[in-house]
Design a protein around this ligand. Sequence first.
Ligand code: GLU
Length: 305
Amino acid sequence: MSAVLEQFLQGLDAEIRAAGDWGEVAAYIPELARVDPAQFGIAIALPGGGMVAAGQSGQRFSIQSVSKVFSLACVLGRIGEQIWTRVGREPSGRRFDSILSLEDERGRPRNPFINAGALVTTDELLAGRVPKEALAEILGFLRAAAEDGDIHIDKAVAGSEAETGYRNVALANYLKSFGNLRNPPEITLGTYFHQCAIEMSCVQLARAGRVIAGLAGAPAMLSPVKARRISALMMMCGHYDGSGDFAFRVGLPGKSGVGGGILLVAPGRASVAIWSPGLNGYGNSQMGTYAAERLARETGWSVFG
Ligand code: GLU
């Protein structure tokens, strides 16, 4: 199995590089705008500890919104179902940073993966703690899940987003006006920007995703019911207003970030991390989405059979 998969990934890597159809890097965060879009890496963690990888699978990148999966896992561990009083579980059908549905829903974001919903999740993680402690919990979760202590925050990326993140500032203030932010907006925002600025390689991210995919041999950190619920949210909401298209093309729960990362889970079978920093019109990795589609077709891992 691994040898066939390895060969497939090598071919996919070569094909993607030859096509050169990379998309555009996220320009609204200056530090990310400097990244070369012509990069690609993929890593697949298998049950029992196996790992197959190709391309720049060891290169670290800014995980950005992929971090929202893990901050949600931390919050579910802390307060469980109570989080759903503050944030919904419905696809948004809108851009990741849209303010429109917040007005309609009176400050209760539609899901924890759009920016407004992730701000609420991070705000909850800050309950009774300073930002450093909340960030230590997210980093601790990732390090334990990946069984790798060498996972850190890129302070330059966090600072860069803090300087230009006007939309997120607007979202946080809006949430505050509806009484759905407990901390001062600048505290929640600073924590959120740092969480998004965690950098990891595909190999590290695929290893961390094992706890959501429920792979044999993964650290026992999430109950099966929590892993199932997080996966359901990834399927419905993990790619913003491109979530339907991603489900149609790939058929697996996934979460993207504007750094070009995608975490993909094939429950019980594999945890996959893909990175290519050029984005499509939805703000999801262009070649990452293509690679996910090819992989699902090749392996038959789609949850829809
Ligand atoms: N830090 C980014 C933002 O809030 C995350 C968005 C994303 O990765 O989709 O704009």
